[in-house]
Design a protein around this ligand. Structure first.
Ligand code: GTR
Length: 329
């Protein structure tokens, strides 16, 4: 009896050891998604990150990319990452603002002076702190991996060029799902309509909205120019994007694997940036070729003054943070 018990224990520990080594070597396929198509800078950066992870782990860790809203719109992507149904999601800070209040500071209209200013902020301690707020958020269930560039957002519509604030009067403009953006459009005199990126084409086709606002690469790759040919360089928002990782999966990974993913994500941040500037240039070229009517806004200050009520409503609670952002140069 004694002997039998001993053997059973030995057999059990052999099984435990075997399953441990199987676990150490078992393949991990990280499911990643993005609203944008293959080739878009954010998608390409994550695809490249996957190849690097695969090379660094001899194929043990890889990334499977689901581009073009294959897993739903941005809201669905966030929800799926939160429950661990997917592992990596590239999302905008836009819809994260209501969840992580400090992130909403990046969503304030005209908060950054220039792309260089924005990059300095996200690359520095403020960027790190704000990303950490997301990671530490008690119910978000997400790990913030890195920032990405998304240029500036400008208004486009099917009716007329916007050269001054009053041109927006009466226009229904789709905004991202965050009350701050609806308030921004309303402060400018338009009618802000919140909806997902995945619903926008249909809304423009059916006249539910007259247009939207976004950066040039999204306008181009989303083929929004087919429904809204007036693209007016309002540059009212400069919202960075983020790569998030499911906390559930993160907690299941070894410290080494986490460090590796974290390091590669940091590299992806810079790789995406270079791709971003190329894509922006290419998109503008394609917009010209597609006959988009583009115009500059001669008096930006008029737009900045018009969104003061948005600052009054949302900025007060973050004054110290905003002062620090403005002091970065
Ligand atoms: C894009 C951004 C997406 C999404 C989209 C939108 O510029 O990359 O993540 O936020 O805008 O307007 O919903």
């Amino acid at each position: 009896m004694k002997r039998r018990q001993f053997m059973t224990a030995a057999a059990a520990s052999a099984i435990v050891a075997a399953s441990g080594s199987v676990r150490a070597q078992s393949k991990l396929v990280l499911k990643a998604t993005d609203v944008h198509p293959l080739g878009y800078p954010t998608v390409e950066a994550v695809v490249r990150m996957g190849k690097k992870l695969e090379a660094a782990t001899n194929g043990r860790i890889s990334v499977e990319m689901y581009p073009s809203m294959q897993l739903g719109g941005e809201k669905e992507m966030i929800e799926q990452a939160q429950v661990g149904a997917l592992h990596i999601a590239r999302i905008s800070v836009g819809p994260m603002g209501p969840l992580v209040p400090e992130m909403n500071v990046f969503n304030l209209p005209f908060v950054f002076r220039s792309a260089a200013h924005m990059e300095k902020v996200i690359d520095g301690p403020i960027g790190q702190e704000i990303m950490q707020k997301l990671t530490d958020h008690p119910t978000a269930n997400l790990i913030g991996l890195c920032w990405m560039n998304a240029g500036t957002r400008s208004v486009y519509n099917s009716k007329r060029p916007i050269t001054q604030v009053s041109d927006l009067k009466g226009l229904k403009i789709r905004m991202m799902g965050n009350p701050l953006f609806v308030d921004t459009m309303n402060a400018l005199g338009g009618n802000g309509v919140a909806m997902g990126f995945d619903q926008l084409i249909n809304a423009m086709q059916t006249g539910v909205v007259d247009g939207a606002e976004n950066n040039e690469p999204s306008y181009d790759s989303g083929q929004h120019y087919r429904y809204a040919k007036y693209f007016s360089k309002t540059d009212h928002l400069m919202i960075p994007e983020i790569l998030v990782f499911s906390k559930r999966q993160w907690n299941a990974m070894s410290a080494d694997d986490r460090a590796l993913v974290g390091r590669m994500a940091k590299e992806a941040q810079l790789e995406q940036r270079a791709l971003w500037y190329e894509a922006e240039k290419a998109a503008i070229g394609k917009m010209v070729a597609a006959g988009v009517v583009m115009n500059d806004v001669p008096n930006k200050k008029e737009f900045q003054d018009a969104v003061r009520p948005v600052w009054d409503k949302y900025a007060g609670q973050h004054k110290a943070l905003i002062d620090r952002i403005q002091a970065v140069n």
